[in-house]
Design a protein around this ligand. Sequence first.
Ligand SMILES: [Zn+2]
Length: 144
Amino acid sequence: MKKIDINNPIILKNKIALSTNIFEGSTIYEYGVEVKFKCPICQTNNNVIIDDNTGNLLEDLYIRKKLITKKEILKNNIAKESPHIYRHLGELMIFQNLSALYLFSKCNNCEAKFMTSFSFGESQPSRNVCYISGVWLIDEINTV
Ligand SMILES: [Zn+2]
């Protein structure tokens, strides 16, 4: 599936069930992580590859881009407030000691759009983790 940019505010719809939401080991750096799921609108199988260059800071969504509120992010368990000792990584946390990230993508077959929220990196010395907190079907709110 194609990674896309979104510039209009979004609303979260269904949360997509994933067969696994945690990937570990050094291979995540070599090959990235393939997240597979079925589009709930057209039933097409989609996959998105996440590697250590994928994604933007989740807090950009409400601080800079204003696409969703922090309250919505917390309410839907996309991320939690960072404990004080991790504040240098941002206000939000998905997995211990890693930045909270997101990406937007579009179904291979229809117009459905998705948000994936995750953390990727070395959580502890030699513990490489990609943790997906969720994939959501989303709608853009046209503000014009
Ligand atoms: Zn679709």
